[in-house]
Design a protein around this ligand. Structure first.
Ligand code: PLP
Length: 442
């Protein structure tokens, strides 16, 4: 309505000529919601500002890293100082050890670590390590969990034999996914059947302990402990992909929150403080299979890069402030309650499902409960698009997909939550009118 878009539109048109779809990662495109992305000039604290000067309260959070808010002064300073000392020594630095010590201290299951430059690499390498350590080939993943874009993990449920996966991307040959099994999230029975069917062949179960790439779907009571038990019984390793949840839902991630230990943990996002980073870690015994100590090869020219390491260290240190996670939980809880009331006031009780774990939130335009990919996919895409556009107009920046989380940061305060809830009141009404006219409301 009043939002100016001329400069963003011109910049995005120019981008489309030289970048595929105008973006460097497909999640940033507006394919699911229509229209064009705002092109961002600056991100600071809880806000992003676009080229036209529109300022939004940000819940994209860089898709996870920005737990302190954007351009946090301590992180900016740490990066600036590190850059001045050279960003690519090609030899060990002390800061790498300091960062690894902080991560190991937060995750008791992790005594040794290897840094990478992305979450994709971390998970891909964790899978290779699990295969090398067990001498087995097959891995099981859950439908709707995202683990980066490595070939073997770009799969969906195949047809035919239970649990056998099909490639979900063009360019992935059948052989690359032949050893990947898929089962629904939160379905221990399906996981048990996969173990029975492929007895002695499964190297690892790979899971997002809180699924946060199909919206936000918490683990059912006992699910993670059940996975732990199955892996132990069958001699398989349990890999938690904590790329989003690590240092997000608790300092010690899902392992702290739910009291279940993984064998191998993958990290990313927050540990890089907004610069490109990932890591995977496990016990010294498992990690001893990794080069240079063991035969599982893994490497990276920019792994443990000083600028990245400095940003990660500054971020993890800021998270050690007294009561940090308690405050984040309070803000996130306030936001959840406000959104719930706004949805109810718009007559959408029973039509939308709000899921939250800590500072990860999601509003599905689907009847509750949303417990897996099937129930998440039952959402009304048109209603989400209407909600998204109304929020954007009102100055609230959400990820342009119903399958992304809202990320709350420490920079979000009472005022931001209040403005978000006020905007949501109108946005839910707009979405509700659409659902009514399409006959989805009962
Ligand atoms: C983002 C993400 C990845 C991939 O990390 P990149 O840094 O984008 O390669 C892997 N697993 C999960 C759970 C993620 O959310």
């Amino acid at each position: 309505m009043s939002r100016r878009t001329g400069k963003s539109q011109a910049a995005f048109e120019r981008a489309q000529a030289v970048l595929v779809g105008g973006v460097n990662s497909p999640v940033r495109a507006f394919a699911a919601v229509g229209g064009q992305p705002a092109v961002i000039a600056e991100a600071r604290g809880a806000y992003v500002t676009d080229l036209d000067g529109n300022r939004y309260i940000d819940y994209v959070g860089g898709y996870g890293p920005a737990i302190l808010g954007h351009a946090h002064p301590a992180v900016v300073q740490a990066i600036t100082e590190a850059v001045g000392r050279g960003t690519c020594p090609g030899a060990p630095t002390e800061a790498e050890t300091h960062l690894a010590e902080l991560i190991c201290a937060a995750f008791p299951s992790v005594t040794k670590l290897r840094m990478t430059s992305s979450g994709t690499e971390a998970v891909m390498s964790a899978v290779r390590l699990a295969r090398g350590a067990t001498g087995r080939r097959r891995i099981v993943k859950c439908i709707g969990c995202y683990h980066g874009h490595a070939d073997a993990l770009l799969v969906s449920a195949g047809s035919g034999a239970a649990a056998l996966a099909a490639a979900s991307s063009a360019g992935v040959p059948p052989a690359a996914v032949a050893d990947t099994l898929v089962v629904p999230y939160n379905d221990l029975g399906a996981m048990e059947r996969a173990f029975d069917q492929f007895a002695g062949e499964i190297a690892a179960v790979l899971v997002e302990p809180v699924a946060a790439n199909m919206g936000v779907v918490p683990p059912a009571a006992g699910y993670l402990a059940g996975l732990r038990g199955l892996c132990d019984r069958h001699g398989a390793l349990l890999i938690f992909d904590e790329v989003i949840t690590g240092f997000r839902i608790a300092r010690g991630g899902a392992q702290e929150l739910y009291g279940v230990r993984a064998d191998i943990t993958a990290f990313g996002k927050i540990i890089g403080g907004g610069l490109p980073a990932g890591a995977f870690g496990a016990s010294g015994e498992i990690m001893a299979h990794l080069a240079p100590e063991g035969p599982v090869y893994q490497a990276g020219t920019l792994s443990g890069n000083p600028a990245v390491t400095a940003a990660g260290l500054a971020t993890l240190k800021a998270l050690q402030a007294d009561g940090f996670y308690h405050r984040l939980e309070q803000t996130s809880g306030d936001l959840e309650r406000g959104l719930r009331q706004a949805a109810a006031a718009a007559g959408l009780e029973g039509q939308v499902c709000l899921n939250r774990v800590g500072s990860l939130l999601c509003c599905f335009f689907a009847p509750p409960p949303v417990v897996d990919f099937a129930t998440a996919s039952a959402g009304d895409a048109g209603a989400f698009a209407a909600y998204f556009q109304a929020m954007l107009e009102a100055g609230i920046f959400l990820a342009p997909s119903p399958f992304e989380a809202m990320f709350v940061s420490a920079a979000h305060a009472r005022a931001e939550v209040q403005r978000t809830v006020e905007a949501a009141a109108g946005a839910f009404q707009r979405a509700g009118r659409l659902m009514e006219s399409s006959g989805r409301c009962r």
